[in-house]
Design a protein around this ligand. Structure first.
Ligand code: NAP
Length: 263
């Protein structure tokens, strides 16, 4: 019997989930399909109650990551802390939700560095920032947060016991090991929140934006010989975690990393 998987969101055309997971199906010769399903917010509850049972696993993307939590039977500690679900699975007949974004960010960072005791400067306090900060704190990093809207940075810092900065000028580059951009600044534009002279060779720069892959943020980091991590790494590692959960098998990262570039 062909297993069925899907990603739900609105809009959904841009999603790379099918191509990442289909690469895994091919590698392990799993008889399965992976659909993109456009679900409007009004149709989410009906989809989960009537259609979800036909799917072994469902990836959840914008704008449903938070609201989906209202309609499922159980969610994990990761989903609860992050306040969002990006992965649905079945256990004992119950529809369960978890969040693999934090682990995805962590595994992307771990391709270059250990996190324990490192000083990490996080730009942004939106949905993705929550997942990133959750992963960083779980790995023992010290986190410093700046966000345009200070109240959101304050709330995130309070939840995860991080330090909050009121302005970018208060950041001391010399004291920072890793800088992560979780804002939308740089997405489809040549802009960075950080001044060019912020960067030092000791820095690891991680931009979770993946359109484009080499953002101005990363180009500035690279121009002083800093180490760069591109946003496709977080996307592929969070999908690898989904794959492990749904199939109970670890896929080599390179398989999904190269599928990311398939047209
Ligand atoms: P979100 O919840 O809407 O948060 C957006 C963040 O960007 C907020 O902190 C916002 O600050 C900040 N921001 C937006 N415009 C700004 C500006 N002009 N100046 C300064 N700050 C600005 O979005 P999200 O879901 O967290 O996604 C953020 C980015 O991460 C997107 O590009 C998304 O594609 C990417 N992403 C990547 C992955 C991956 O796997 N690689 C996963 C998830 C998301 P305010 O709070 O002040 O508005």
């Amino acid at each position: 019997m062909t297993l069925k998987f899907a990603v739900i969101g609105h809009p959904i055309d841009h999603s790379k989930s099918p191509q990442l997971h289909e690469a895994g199906f091919r590698e392990f010769e799993i008889d399965a399909s992976f659909e993109k399903i456009d679900i409007t917010p009004e149709n989410l509850e009906a989809f989960l109650k009537e259609e979800a049972k036909h799917y072994t696993g469902i990836a959840v993307t914008v704008p449903h990551k938070e609201t989906v939590m209202k309609y499922i039977d159980f969610y994990t500690e990761a989903a609860q802390s992050i306040g969002a679900v990006n992965t649905l699975y079945w256990k004992d007949g119950k529809l369960c939700g978890t969040n693999t974004d934090g682990l995805g960010a962590l595994r992307a960072l771990k391709t270059q560095t250990e996190l324990e005791g490192k000083n990490v400067f996080v730009l942004g306090a939106g949905g993705a920032a929550k997942a990133v900060v959750y992963g960083l704190k779980a790995a023992g990093a010290e986190v410093i947060i700046y966000n345009r809207t200070f109240s959101k940075a304050e709330a995130l810092a309070e939840q995860f016991d991080a330090v909050v900065l009121e302005s970018l000028q208060l950041a001391i580059p010399h004291d920072i090991d890793i800088v992560i951009n979780t804002t939308t600044v740089g997405m489809n534009e040549y802009k960075s929140l950080l001044p060019e002279d912020f960067w030092m060779p000791q820095h690891i720069g991680f931009d979770i934006v993946y359109k484009p892959l080499y953002t101005k943020f990363l180009q500035d980091c690279e121009s002083v010989d800093g180490t760069c991590i591109t946003g496709d790494k977080m996307l592929t590692y969070q999908a690898l975690e989904q794959f492990r959960l749904w199939h109970g098998m670890m896929l080599e990262p390179e398989i999904m990393e190269s599928a990311f570039f398939d047209e």
